[in-house]
Design a protein around this ligand. Sequence first.
Ligand SMILES: C[S@@+](CC[C@H](N)C(=O)[O-])C[C@H]1O[C@@H](n2cnc3c(N)ncnc32)[C@H](O)[C@@H]1O
Length: 411
Amino acid sequence: MNLILRDAVEADLSAIIEIYNATVPTRMVTAELEPTTVEARLPWFRDHSPDEYPFWVAESDGRVIGWLNFKKFLPRGAYRGTAEISVYVHENFRRHGVGQRLLEEAIARAPSLGITALVGLIFGHNEPSLKLFDRLGFERWGFFPAVAQLDGVKRDLIVVGLHCPAPDSHPESFRGPVSAETTSHADAPQARCYKDCLNLMQTLMHYRQEPIHSALQKIRDKYSMLHLDVLLLIYHFSKICSGSILEIGAFVGGATIAAAFGVRDSGRQKKLIAIEPGGGVKHRRLGTRNILRDLERNLARQRVSKMVTLIKGRSFAPETISAVHQALGSEEIGLLILDADAGKRRDIECYRDKLADGCWMVIDDYSGADSNVKSAPSRADVDALVAAGALEPLGFYGWSTWVGRWRGGSS
Ligand SMILES: C[S@@+](CC[C@H](N)C(=O)[O-])C[C@H]1O[C@@H](n2cnc3c(N)ncnc32)[C@H](O)[C@@H]1O
């Protein structure tokens, strides 16, 4: 079966509820006694976010055939690392490995979500689910006898659980070049970084099989100086990030369009702000005499103009900074794309008060030929911020683009 796992969007909710409601009369899976509705479940659905308590669907041939969600196990702070998961598969697609794929993904992604233990609540008479969780290494952690009453029959509840590998428990080979001076206390975030890097690589591989790959290939060929993998990551971060997106150095719109597609496919409202001063550029493939005219034309051609707040000016000019603040309002930046000149640190300082903790950062010109006047200072800026602990690196992608997260706190 051609199975795709992806973040759920609101448009999936009717399929999600349909799968859920089909299990209600079986009295095997859910303790809900009556079917529910899309409207009733909307707040529950909106309580999820891709980087904290995600909600995924399994899709086959464009149809949602299963889903998995994470939720808080208990509200008190000490349980932050423990999440409850639920898995549902359409009745026509059971015993095809769909539930197993979803669960395997949950186990693999848990550490990068800050989750250290997964629990599932399963009726004692739901043998297929108990077997599935057993197979994936879950243990029986709790037994609540006769706590549920289903059509007059008292039923047991079993709590199954799995400790997810602590970030510092990976074998040395996986952890990469941890320096000799690094203390074991400092190892955990570093190991988390390696895990996150691998997740990003997997994400890129996943997108290679998706229609967005060829859509962005065309955007790159027509409008972008960035590598296709970088456009895919910009698309991905725009899709999953919380908060707004700020791009500095839009040029004729390649990365802007990739970000707009990500926002569109997230099914959520997000602000996408692009800064570009304009001018002309000599370039073999993308030369232009009027950057702003071409940028506006390209955004219109791709039908994303309305999604983009275009600020015409230089990133560090006081009027640009105040226009960005005004456009953001009270929102924080969840993705920052820096592809302007060599002043990477300058641009980060201009907007650091609006960067969310964990803000995704895509910074171009990290490395390049010695003749590239942008790359040496850009690299020095990024390295200094990494050394100061303000940036967390997640690797280098396509040609010379640095990817990571903001860990500098607000000023
Ligand atoms: C390499 S291009 C960006 C390429 C684009 N990201 C893409 O997908 O092809 C750099 C752009 O940054 C703009 N730029 C240069 N300095 C800037 C600044 N201080 N603020 C905003 N944009 C700037 C330039 O006008 C140019 O259009």
